[in-house]
Ligand binder design. Structure first.
Ligand code: HEC
Ligand code: HEC
Ligand code: HEC
Ligand code: HEC
Ligand code: HEC
Length: 224
């Protein structure tokens, strides 16, 4: 039997290499595929928002990304790249949700005096309190107002049990029964503590919507 030509050997080597290339490709992609499938649905209010409005592709072609990832794996590159998409940031949310009446604008909380508070509740980012595919629309402790409002002074306090009494008694769960967080609802804070919204209505709003402050907003979100 004649020996295979050099050309034939190269061909065979190439063919033999295909499965390992495919396999390598798969192991690189697999964690991402698994992650994508494991991700939950969007919040109801965002059903019409396209994936691409929040998920912006990373820079570079897919080939460059695979190359960078491979180089990272074999130690030629210091850092890996985000596979396919950049992390979602507050900037994409603000494109539809920026509003001039914002009571708690995120940029304010970069000030050093909030450094202790933002370790408990990260008010510097929309995603410090909101998740998109997660189990809750708003993922915060109802009493989180305590991180910043222990020493508020309300002049001519109009409510029946005064703010400083509520605060002294640690009644932090009461705050959201009379105030929304962003101040964007056309909702008048009641003057009587027992006439606040039921705490369970607030809880269910934070988990899945059903807005107890009413559907009327002072500024509407930009439609997708
Ligand atoms: C309104 C913005 C928004 C929309 C629309 C959106 N996502 Fe997301 N997505 C996020 C945010 C924010 C995260 C970060 C984790 C979280 O909050 O759940 C995320 C995380 C993910 C992740 C995990 C990525 C990682 O690196 O861990 C996948 C996968 C994903 N989204 C897929 C999708 C798909 C598929 C769609 C379209 C059906 C979609 N997303 C639509 C905001 C969005
Ligand atoms: C393309 C526009 C768009 C983008 C981008 C977008 N939203 Fe929205 N969002 C809307 C619209 C429209 C509504 C429904 C009207 C409303 O509740 O204001 C909404 C509603 C919401 C609600 C209220 C949910 C409810 O049930 O009451 C939250 C919370 C929210 N968005 C957070 C976010 C966050 C956080 C991001 C960034 C990860 C984001 N949105 C990105 C358009 C957008
Ligand atoms: C410190 C926690 C916190 C941060 C940070 C935060 N939110 Fe919220 N968000 C809440 C809470 C609590 C509610 C429910 C009370 C309310 O409706 O104001 C809410 C409600 C909302 C709603 C529905 C009510 C409305 O005002 O239309 C939207 C939309 C929203 N958030 C968008 C955002 C966006 C966009 C960002 C970033 C710019 C952001 N939030 C940052 C806590 C937060
Ligand atoms: C990370 C810090 C922080 C957290 C957490 C926080 N706030 Fe505030 N809040 C502020 C700051 C700062 C201001 C602006 C005060 C000023 O301008 O003097 C403010 C202002 C307010 C105002 C007055 C707005 C106005 O028109 O003057 C209300 C009402 C309010 N917050 C309610 C709440 C409620 C309710 C919670 C909990 C759900 C909460 N805040 C959580 C920092 C915070
Ligand atoms: C019974 C309802 C009620 C409860 C409970 C309540 N507030 Fe108030 N709050 C009001 C009213 C009414 C005002 C004065 C008018 C306004 O600003 O809406 C006010 C004013 C404020 C102000 C000052 C706003 C300004 O314009 O100067 C802040 C800050 C505030 N509340 C925070 C809180 C915090 C934090 C809690 C929880 C400890 C809380 N409130 C509990 C009804 C309530």
């Amino acid at each position: 039997m004649a020996l295979p030509s050099a050309r034939m050997v190269r061909m065979l080597a190439l063919i033999a290499a295909i499965p390992s290339v495919v396999l390598a490709g798969f192991t690189l992609w697999f964690p991402d595929i698994k992650r994508a499938l494991a991700y939950g649905p969007l919040i109801d209010a965002h059903t019409d928002v396209d994936c691409a409005q929040c998920h912006v592709p990373s820079r570079g072609t897919v080939r460059q990304q695979i190359q960078a990832k491979t180089h990272h794996l074999i130690g030629l590159r210091e850092s890996s790249v985000d596979f396919g998409y950049q992390p979602v940031t507050s900037t994409v949310c603000l494109a539809c949700h920026a509003r001039p009446n914002e009571r708690h604008p995120i940029y304010r909380f970069n000030e050093p005096r909030f450094s202790e508070a933002v370790r408990k509740v990260d008010a510097r980012s929309c995603l410090g309190c909101h998740s998109e595919h997660g189990p809750q629309i708003v993922d915060v402790q109802i009493g989180m107002c305590s991180n910043c409002h222990t020493d508020i002074v309300v002049k001519n306090d109009p409510i029946d049990i005064k703010h400083d009494t509520l605060i002294r008694d640690g009644r932090w769960e009461s705050c959201l029964t009379c105030h929304d967080f962003h101040g964007n609802h056309a909702f008048q804070a009641p003057l009587v503590v027992s006439e606040g919204l039921p705490i369970n209505a607030i809880r269910s709003y934070l988990v899945m919507g059903n807005d107890p402050y009413g559907s009327e907003k002072l500024y509407n979100s930009r439609q997708p």
